[in-house]
Design a binder for this molecule. Structure first.
Ligand code: SAM
Length: 182
């Protein structure tokens, strides 16, 4: 299933750097590919997109993007390092009525985001960062886990919807942060 760009998509898009010149960027869970396409237009020198859904990967590929069908970053070589890693994850708790990979992030809704942070931090260049969408429905559990992962975080954008607050958070690996990045 190809996720139709929505409020969360545009919140993340609005948080992208205006000038991505020279950056190596990975977008996990690219869906239709609009975010990866946008960061390429902003000058990124290398953009790679992944999605677990084959149909979504085909859609993103049609935008001229490099796309890998993969579960999070599992197919990446350990030497693949990025300046920026993006993820607008599925974050709703799964249930028998709703188990689409486009929406649900695990039994509690937070598990996939947590797994992403643990994997993606290993693929950051020094000074690199991740931008991820979090919902107030599941964000506290994820943010609480950051200390254990050695991640520092800052809220970069937010929007209030009918039943939740959506935020974009920036995450950095504390062991790769120098004072000039703070
Ligand atoms: C909320 S949609 C976001 C799509 C797009 N990035 C956007 O912002 O419009 C989440 C995307 O993550 C993908 N996804 C779900 N589980 C995944 C996993 N384990 N690895 C990679 N992609 C995954 C889904 O197929 C879906 O395309």
């Amino acid at each position: 299933m190809i996720y139709e760009p929505s409020d969360d998509t545009y919140l993340l898009m609005d948080s992208l750097p205006a000038d991505a010149s020279g950056m190596a960027v990975l977008e996990v869970g690219t869906g239709s590919g609009v975010i990866a396409e946008e960061i390429a237009k902003r000058g990124a020198s290398f953009v790679l997109a992944t999605d677990i859904d084959f149909e979504a990967a085909v859609s993103a590929k049609s935008r001229g993007l490099e796309v890998v069908v993969a579960d999070l970053l599992s197919e990446l070589n350990e030497k693949a390092l990025f300046d920026l890693v993006l993820f607008n994850p599925p974050y709703l708790p799964s249930s028998p009525e709703s188990d689409s990979l486009a929406w649900t992030g695990g039994v509690g809704g937070w598990e996939l985001s947590f797994k992403f942070l643990a994997q993606a931090k290993k693929h950051l260049r020094p000074g690199g960062r991740m931008l991820m969408v979090l919902s107030s429905l599941t964000s506290q559990r994820i943010l609480d886990a950051c200390a254990g992962l050695g991640l520092a975080f800052k809220r970069r954008a937010s929007t209030d919807l009918f039943y939740e607050r959506l935020c974009v958070y920036e995450f950095r690996d504390q062991s790769k942060v120098s004072p000039k990045h703070l």
